[in-house]
Design a protein around this ligand. Structure first.
Ligand SMILES: Nc1ncnc2c1ncn2[C@@H]1O[C@H](COP(=O)(O)OP(=O)(O)OP(=O)(O)O)[C@@H](O)[C@H]1O
Length: 740
């Protein structure tokens, strides 16, 4: 019997492990399937582009072409069209359905305003915000174009006049703006549209922010769904959908909802070459974040116009107050500020009387200030679409501008508790977390992948922090640490306790509530930032998940085991997390392609960011008086430093490993390279020291300017710290000697 029992136990065990493998393969299959769909779509789009799509619509021999070009200059004062504008106008003028995806500020409005002038009848524009309509109508009035809106505030007389114009073939009205709610809720208005259609005066339906139709989008508006009946009711009316941000999935969904499966799709590149993308690690203390931000604005954006986006109204008020106290002309903008005051602030900002607007996302659509030099996110956005759109308010004049996100792990939970009830709310937040956690990939490549665009990262032109800094990531196997996280979570669950991310981190580090600590689990010798990073990746990879609970006052996010937790426990899955490789090269003098004068000297390296804290200086200089002694490798035996105490020069073994990363478990696959002697130009330019008393500024970009900096150096043998001064640094090489 024992034999059978034993065999039964083994059989069960094997079956369990097969189940785990099957689950794992199914998950992999699902994610590959999704990627395949994305790639298919990208290829379809690019091949249809290279078909006759662009070429056919790029012509200027349509019957309306002369009139179009004439009015473009005489009415709109525009001399040349931007990419995709002509194609879009030609398609819609041909009465065909079209969708245009063009970045914020790209010039979408012209694509329907100019055709509206050339067409008989009225163009109906569905727009999500009354303030947006007002802005556009104001501009159109300046051009002498008759445009109006119908919303809840319209008087009876106004409604009557508009309804008459809808049917009067002699009326001058060209554009009529309505909200989607107006269409969905007013049967009378729909009846009037029917009549306008019968009279042959319904020339075009324009749907601004068309991504709002899809609940997969970041701004789903239920009333946009109603627009699905428009094609059925008015089959002859061409639809033109406009958006700055829509993923492949959202586009497919929108086409279905609007019943325009065969519409022409024009996608201007998401790429805004003049925007520099950057992520900074946000200090845990509010005041510290403010002083970093003040320094940043003072150094890089002095007297420049910008926006600081905050998560809440309270946060935006506090940040405004602090910035003002530091002498920065800032104004606050959020939904609860009285309308009159909001307009005043907006106007003062437009006139550069206020330089920085500190705002919630209420300060959004329709901002058309050309010279916004920076957009800083004090807290992360709720989705990549939001981040892209908010950042995109910088540099509408095509001049170099900066888009900076301050990322802090704790902010992820502030967002997730707000959006977890939305269809894709959590995925959206995790998309931003993934963007921020990345430490080496080109930011544009990440954005391109998100928006399903083919992208060659060499086109970034060093206009993102990663491409500009030549940082290197190195994947490390942290499966053991991941399993520790699960052990803490399991124990909490077994003892009916709930655990937030903060408490989990505390328990892991042996702090906080005793009942959450796991006996026998030693605190890892890894910095808190790295632990946060590991937990972040566990969330992204599904090893843990958030579990939301409501209290009368707020929603709390707890961490629980995720769908893939068992894979990690059984080690059928590994947890690999990328950390910054310490062997990071300093960009050479020429490598900085920043074009604006401010950026030349003021860009800080990532040194201050937690994972990238500099700890080591390359010792080498051809030009130095010690050149006879120094080798070319940072690990070279000839590396010399003079100790503080003795004043004598002494050979030192430079430290490669993180002093706090001993606990990181390097598995086979991701084994960290040993601190080998590697002769490469990269090594000779490498620096891991943090200068004391000098802030991290762009001086690093010119390694000669390292000279004279006082640095901390850790002796690899003794572990003792000593102060050293860098001396005799050539254009790309450095030597350090003692400070005494
Ligand atoms: N071909 C062009 N040449 C020069 N300027 C243009 C051209 N097309 C549009 N513009 C200008 O670019 C600015 C932005 O245009 P528009 O407001 O249409 O952008 P948008 O794509 O609708 O942006 P958003 O998504 O922010 O609404 C406007 O000031 C507009 O006059």
């Amino acid at each position: 019997m024992d034999v059978y029992r034993k065999e039964l136990a083994e059989t069960k065990k094997e079956l369990d492990s097969i189940s785990v493998e099957i689950d794992s393969l199914l998950q992999r299959q699902a994610s590959l399937q999704q990627r395949k769909t994305e790639l298919d779509s990208i290829l379809r789009q690019s091949s249809s582009k290279s078909d006759d799509n662009d070429k056919k619509w790029d012509k200027q021999d349509f019957v309306w072409s002369n009139n179009l070009l004439e009015k473009m200059g005489s009415v709109f004062n525009i001399q040349t069209l931007r990419p995709m504008q002509l194609q879009t106008m030609n398609v819609t003028m041909s009465s065909k359905d079209c969708m245009l995806i063009m970045p914020t500020g790209g010039g979408k409005s012209l694509c329907f305003q100019l055709p509206a002038l050339l067409s008989k009848g009225i163009t109906l524009v569905v727009s999500p915000l009354v303030s947006l309509m007002e802005d556009q109508i104001m501009v159109l009035e300046k051009y002498g174009i008759d445009a109006t809106k119908l919303d809840a505030s319209a008087s009876k007389e106004k409604v009557k006049a508009v309804q008459e114009a809808m049917l009067d073939k002699n009326a001058s009205l060209k554009l009529l703006y309505v909200t989607p709610e107006k269409l969905a809720k007013s049967k009378r208005f729909m009846a009037k549209l029917e009549k306008m259609y019968q009279a042959g005066r319904f020339s075009r339906l324009v749907i601004d922010e068309v991504h709002c139709c899809s609940q997969w989008g970041h701004d789903f508006r239920p009333d946009y769904k109603f627009l699905g009946i428009m094609k059925r009711q008015f089959p002859e009316v061409p639809i033109l959908g406009l958006t700055a941000t829509a993923t492949t999935k959202v586009l497919e969904d929108v086409k279905k909802i609007l019943n325009i499966p065969n519409c022409h799709l024009f996608k201007a590149s998401f790429n805004r070459p003049n925007l520099f993308y950057e992520v900074k690690v946000k200090p845990s203390a509010f005041k510290e974040t403010i002083s970093e931000m003040v320094e940043l604005i003072d150094k890089r954006f002095r007297n420049k116009s910008g926006i600081v986006y905050c998560f809440t109204q309270k946060e935006s008020e506090e940040v405004t107050k602090e910035l003002r106290q530091h002498g920065i002309k800032a104004g606050c903008y959020h939904a609860n500020i009285p309308t009159k005051q909001k307009s005043q602030i907006h106007e003062m900002w437009l006139a550069d009387k206020i330089l920085v607007i500190v705002a919630t996302v209420a300060f959004g659509m329709g901002i058309d200030k050309p010279n916004v030099r920076f957009v800083i996110h004090h807290s992360i956005s709720k989705s990549m679409e939001n981040l892209y759109q908010e950042s995109g308010r910088a540099g509408r004049d095509d001049q170099r501008s900066d888009c900076i996100v301050y990322y802090r792990f704790a902010d992820v939970f502030k967002q997730s508790t707000m959006v977890f009830t939305e269809q894709t709310g959590l995925d959206n937040v995790y998309g931003v977390m993934s963007y921020c956690l990345d430490i080496s990939k080109c930011r544009r490549a990440s954005i391109a992948r998100h928006f399903g665009e083919l992208w060659d990262k060499s086109q970034c032109n060093k206009m993102c922090d990663h491409c500009n800094k030549d940082t290197e990531g190195e994947k490390r196997d942290v499966t053991k640490l991941g399993k520790n996280v699960l052990t803490i979570i399991d124990q909490a669950s077994a003892t009916d306790q709930r655990i937030t991310a903060l408490k989990l981190l505390d328990a892991w580090e042996g702090k906080g509530a005793g009942s959450l600590k796991v006996r026998g689990l030693d605190p890892p010798k890894v910095s808190r930032d790295k632990l946060e990073r590991i937990i972040g990746h566990m969330l992204l990879q599904g090893f843990i998940r958030e579990d939301f609970h409501f209290t009368p006052y707020n929603t709390i996010s707890y961490l629980v085991a995720g769908a893939k937790a068992n894979f990690l426990k059984s080690e059928s899955a590994k947890l690999a997390v990328e950390f910054l490789n310490k062997r990071r090269s300093l960009p050479t003098q020429n490598s900085n392609t920043h074009t604006s004068p401010s950026s030349q000297s003021d860009h800080k390296p990532l040194a201050k960011q937690s994972d990238t804290k500099l700890k080591l200086v390359v010792i080498n200089s051809e030009n130095s008086k010690f050149s006879n002694f120094t080798g070319t490798s940072i690990q070279g035996e000839n590396d010399l430093t003079k100790t503080k105490k003795s004043g004598k020069f002494k050979r030192k073994k430079p430290v490669i490993d993180d002093s706090d990363s001993d606990d990181l478990d390097f598995g086979e696959e991701f084994k960290r390279k040993p601190a080998v002697k590697k002769k490469s130009s990269r090594d000779t330019r490498y620096s891991e020291y943090e200068p004391i008393g000098t802030s991290h500024n762009n001086d690093y970009l010119n390694s000669e300017s390292l000279n004279g900096n006082l640095c901390k150096h850790q002796d690899a043998e003794s572990g003792n710290d000593s102060d050293v001064i860098i001396e005799n640094v050539g254009k790309s090489k450095a030597i350090m000697i003692d400070s005494e």
